[in-house]
Design a protein around this ligand. Structure first.
Ligand code: PHE
Length: 330
């Protein structure tokens, strides 16, 4: 029966061929039906027709198998072509990602202190007044506690304005001695040429038995840290004030743009402020229940370090996500 041959021959895909197989060879297919009709034939015709049918079945089966093989070969060929990879294709340079300069700077700072055995501590970004202010000896009337400066939530919580609350959390969780840094994001209601509402700080805290930690240690480690980061610069400590340290100092490096001669970046002073620090105020130890200890603390702004290290003139370019800037840090 030629129409079956034609059908098999005409199949254009394996799926189509499968449909045809069911129609011809299936349990209720045309061959099965033809065999079923044998029963109703006169007995003298049966052997001949049965023989013909069996031969036909054999022919069709062979035809089907070879068609199937051909279609499978064709499908494989198509797939090989579609999935081919041209290994000789020229590609200039794989495009890799890169750390943002702020994160890269943060990593460098962390590496320095980690190499001196400082533990890295983290704290929540959403803080409460106790950890962010009160325990740090920042009284109610301190301007930082004003709505103008701090992002408050309706329930009285706030976005931490510095990484110093992590000092408090660490001291309340552990017994002295403490030797930690805490890197992370901080938030202030401030947005202009030199301020962004979110930026990053690294906090440092060292506490040990009274008398074991002094300003000398603080001075040595910060000088060593700053020369590791900036190379050959002069470092000076200027008396200053923070509620949570006493005495306190701000730390300057000689201007890396003019070498201390005086230029626009350093406002003709020859110095750039890079750090705040001091000896932990006794009121802070009282708030966390520490007795007979002494310690030092410091805090720095990572964006400022990144800008100085990479000579990025405008703070805002660190937050714009402009690929032309970021690609320079690959
Ligand atoms: N928390 C201070 C700030 O945000 C920085 C600081 C930390 C100063 C620790 C002294 C000691 O400005």
């Amino acid at each position: 029966m030629d129409h079956w041959r034609e059908k098999i021959e005409s199949a254009r895909s394996l799926a189509e061929l499968e449909e045809i197989r069911v129609a011809i060879f299936g349990k209720k297919g045309e061959l099965a039906q033809a065999f079923a009709r044998l029963k109703s034939l006169p007995p003298e015709e049966k052997p001949r027709i049965a023989k013909e049918l069996n031969e036909l079945k054999g022919d069709l089966t062979r035809l089907f198998e070879s068609k199937k093989e051909a279609l499978q070969r064709e499908a494989l060929q198509k797939r090989l072509e579609a999935e081919a990879i041209d290994v000789s294709l020229y590609s200039p340079r794989p495009v890799g990602g890169a750390l943002h300069p702020v994160m890269h700077t943060m990593d460098r700072i962390i590496d320095y202190f980690a190499s001196l055995n400082f533990a890295v501590e983290n704290g929540p970004l959403v803080e409460d007044e106790f950890h962010n202010f009160e325990a740090l000896n920042l009284p109610d009337y301190h301007p930082a506690r004003d709505m103008q400066d701090t992002f408050y939530f309706k329930d009285g919580k706030l976005l931490r304005t510095h990484t110093s609350p992590v000092q408090i959390r660490t001291m309340m969780r552990q017994k002295p001695p403490i030797r930690m840094i805490s890197p992370g994001a901080v938030f202030r209601r401030d947005f202009d040429l030199t301020h962004t509402p979110q930026f990053h700080q690294v906090e440092g805290l060292v506490v040990d038995e009274a008398g074991k930690v002094s300003f000398t240690h603080l001075k040595w480690i910060l000088e060593d840290f700053l020369s590791t980061m900036f190379g050959d610069v002069a470092v000076r400590f200027r008396p200053s004030f923070f509620p949570f340290t006493e005495p306190s100092a701000e730390v300057d490096i000689s201007c890396i743009f003019c070498g201390g001669e005086g230029c626009r970046v350093c406002s003709q002073t020859g110095w750039l402020e890079v750090l705040g620090c001091g000896m932990v105020d006794p009121n802070v130890f009282k708030a966390v229940g520490y007795e007979n200890v002494s310690g030092y603390a410091f805090g720095l702004g990572v964006e400022r370090f990144a800008m100085l290290l990479h000579r990025i003139p405008d703070l805002r370019s660190l937050f714009e996500g402009d690929l032309r800037l970021l690609e320079q840090f690959q």
